[in-house]
Design a protein around this ligand. Structure first.
Ligand code: ZN
Length: 457
């Protein structure tokens, strides 16, 4: 009998059962606890205790050779319905949508809320920006600080969980958004741009910065201010370690979180990489999205639209930018600065779920340890979503959002590619079945996109 079928005979009858003989990943310490039994009943974790203390009446499921982890959290996605089985199959049981059309994402959030076959969804609705950026269907435009405050109120009243700011905001509008969001009790996530750098944003009190945006402008603020164009990409060619450390000091003092999205930049630089063009993951890529990805190929770059002040980058410039960001990221690893795992799926070569696994490896390649990454992927993500009381660790009274992997991922992330079973709210599923659902979608997906996808990278 497989593990799933032995668990299901108990979970289907709403009976409590214990997982025994495995390793249990403790997201609070980053270490595995051996010899622990985890008791699950319905959608909840009931107890975590030494195996010897288990009552004899409780059914036991042997998970030896495997590690039990809290469900993974992707803090940066642009969700669509077809993503759901791909997220779950890769252990991602919660996602945060940081830029989508308002009604569509609120509707998806309520449909996914109690669904066993989709992750939990937290959302910001559209991004707030001033004129000049190009991601129109999911942008709420404002022109002054007063409108900025009303935009926050409008989104909060509509029911969004957090607020996301975008690239063309000036400092006074930016400060108004952060202040109004905090007055309304909402966490602020920023993709920064030309007029507000990462130092200014941190001083304004932002909670989280995406993509290392605004960082090169903060490192070289005098060059940024002297330039008539927006030269953020070129500024990454020169990473000064003293300036880097001063900026990281500020981030750490203020408790700022960084969703690095390392893969976004690697894959933009390597858009036409033959290994990616022939990758097995592409069998899960809907045809309309493949068409969207084509826009990023080097021969199409000059035809795309860019935010005001930014000119089409060359491939060499993108490679140099990604290299500069890798140096900065490896310094974050050395300093043990808090990071989050976000993917920005479904941008270029970033298929839901697969991209999360790949992002872990990409950050590992910048120097983060397996344990740090697994903590960021579980408890860190839960905190960023404001769900740390519900998910993010294997503790009594938390929801049973869990995954089981073969091997020990604190020793090698290779174990994360060996997912045996995934539970969303105590409903266990076989990853192979979920992947089957994902293939069915691709077979029947429309050939042309709704035109919703557009962006400014
Ligand atoms: Zn994004």
């Amino acid at each position: 009998m497989t593990i799933i079928s032995s668990i299901k005979q108990y979970s289907n009858q709403h009976q409590a059962y214990a997982l025994i003989n495995g390793l249990v990943f403790d997201s609070l310490t980053g270490r595995n606890n051996p010899g622990q039994a985890v008791v699950i009943e319905g959608n909840m974790i009931r107890a975590v205790c030494p195996q010897a203390e288990l009552g004899s009446d409780i059914p036991q499921v042997d998970i030896s050779g495997q590690t039990l982890l809290p469900g993974l959290v992707d803090v940066h996605v642009h969700s669509e319905d077809w993503h759901a089985p791909l997220y779950l199959a890769h252990g991602v049981t919660a996602v945060r949508d940081v830029g989508s059309e308002l009604n569509a994402v609120l509707d998806r959030r309520s449909r996914w809320k109690d669904s066993a076959s989709a992750p939990r969804l937290v959302c910001t609705g559209p991004v707030i920006d001033q004129p000049g950026s190009t991601w129109d269907p999911m942008t709420l435009r404002i022109k002054n600080p007063q409108e900025a405050r009303s935009a926050v109120d409008q989104l909060v009243d509509a029911g969004v969980d957090q607020i996301k700011t975008y690239v063309m905001l000036d400092l006074s509008c930016y400060q108004a958004i952060v202040d109004q969001s905090h007055r309304r009790g909402k966490f602020v996530v920023s993709h920064l741009g030309r007029f507000v750098d990462a130092r200014q944003a941190t001083e304004a009190g932002v909670d989280e910065i995406e993509h290392l945006s605004g960082v090169s402008e903060a490192l070289w603020w005098e060059r940024n201010q002297a330039s008539p164009d927006w030269i953020w990409m070129k500024l990454w060619a020169d990473v000064d370690m003293e300036r880097t450390n001063r900026l990281i000091d500020l981030f750490m003092e203020r408790g700022l979180r960084l969703a690095i999205t390392r893969l976004v930049w690697e894959r933009m630089a390597l858009a036409a990489d033959p290994r990616l063009m022939a990758h097995h993951q592409r069998q899960y890529l809907p045809p309309a999205l493949a068409g969207f990805w084509e826009q990023y190929m080097p021969h199409n770059l000059a035809k795309r639209s860019y935010p005001q002040g930014m000119s089409p980058p060359t491939r060499a410039a993108r490679c140099q930018q990604a290299a500069g960001m890798a140096i900065f990221t490896s310094q974050l690893a050395q300093r043990e600065a808090p990071i989050l795992i976000g993917t920005d799926t479904p941008l270029l070569h970033l298929i839901p779920g697969f991209s999360f696994q790949d992002e872990l490896v990409a950050l590992w390649a910048c120097g983060f340890s397996e344990s740090t990454l697994l903590q960021a992927a579980t408890l860190g993500g839960a905190q960023a979503l404001g769900l740390e009381d519900v998910i993010g660790s294997i503790q009594p009274k938390k929801q049973a959002d869990l995954l089981l992997v073969a091997g020990d991922p604190t020793v090698s992330l290779a174990a994360m590619q060996q997912i045996q079973a995934v539970a969303r709210s105590g409903n266990w599923q076989n990853p192979a079945d979920l992947m089957q659902q994902a293939s069915q979608y691709v077979l029947h997906a429309p050939q042309h996109s709704s035109g919703r996808l557009n962006d400014t990278y």
